[in-house]
Design a protein around this ligand. Structure first.
Ligand code: KIV
Length: 272
């Protein structure tokens, strides 16, 4: 498989991710929402591609992740699955598709798996949705948990600030992490929690813990547009920018506009 930046070109599976934790190998995860980006991210050698419901913000310009629908997530996930060969593709279950009850949750989970070609699903929450997670797992669908800052509950939290700073919330998060592991989740995302709590979670479960704004963990996840510097406005402390694509793209588009307006494009070699 030409183009991969990693030696191991085998398809990433949930079992291999669990082995990576055992072997102390870190897991790299990024979001993608479309075919072209997924191809680039996959061929660079990423382990997991998340079709995050952050598509609601990044692709559709919404304030929160709440408005994105199951049909829209299916469209994004299907495009990403077509563009990915090696990475494990995980699709977020969007708000409202699994909170009502386990039966509805399983129906929607099966629909997403059937219509997208994703390898696994991610759901936000712990004890509150454990029955639904177990039912989805019983249907043979791998589940990744998501604890800490869970953006689908933003209206309950009222803020995107760091979660679980107080002991009670930290203890609940630890017990949720154990419960998700016991239920059979293959991995867990922890978002925006104190570094010491992330360390405790990583030590207390055998499944990989993927952090975002949680300090060192078994792996890390970022929104790809954020780490590529396409979005100038979003600059949380945890975000490392690996490129300034906003400037590169703006300059390239500006040059194109100039070339068109000055009659420089298309030149002799760019015509039939
Ligand atoms: O939707 C998303 O992009 C996510 C990550 C931030 C973990 O859930």
């Amino acid at each position: 498989m030409a183009g991969y930046l990693v030696d191991d070109t085998r398809k990433v599976t949930t079992n291999r991710l669990m082995d990576m934790k055992k072997q102390g190998k870190k897991i790299a995860m990024l979001t993608s929402y479309d075919y072209t980006m997924a191809q680039i991210v996959d061929q660079a050698g990423i382990d997991i591609i998340l079709v995050g419901d952050s598509a609601s913000n990044v692709m559709a310009g919404n304030e929160t992740t709440l408005p994105i629908t199951i049909d829209q997530m299916i469209y994004h996930a299907r495009s990403v699955a077509r563009g990915s060969k090696r990475a494990l593709v995980v699709c977020d279950m969007p708000f409202g598709t699994y909170q009502v009850n386990a039966v509805e949750g399983v129906k929607n989970a099966i629909r997403i798996m059937q219509e997208t070609g994703a390898d696994a699903l991610k759901l936000e929450g712990g004890a509150e949705i454990l029955d639904t997670i177990k039912a989805i797992l019983n249907a043979g669908i791998p589940v990744m948990g998501h604890l800490g800052l869970t953006p689908q509950s933003i209206n309950k939290f009222g803020t995107y600030a760091v979660r679980a700073k107080e002991e009670a919330e930290a203890l609940k998060l630890l017990s949720d992490a154990k419960a998700l592991e016991e239920a059979g989740c293959f991995a867990l995302v922890v978002e925006k929690i104190p570094t010491v709590l992330t360390e405790k979670v990583c030590q207390s479960v055998q499944i990989p813990v993927i952090g975002i704004g949680g300090g060192p963990a078994d792996g890390q996840v970022l929104v790809v547009q954020d780490m590529l510097g396409m979005n100038k406005g979003f600059a949380p402390k945890f975000l490392r920018r690996y490129a300034d694509l906003h400037t590169i793209m703006t300059d390239a588009i500006g040059q194109y506009i100039t070339d068109v307006k000055e009659g420089d494009f298309p030149n002799e070699g760019e015509r039939y």
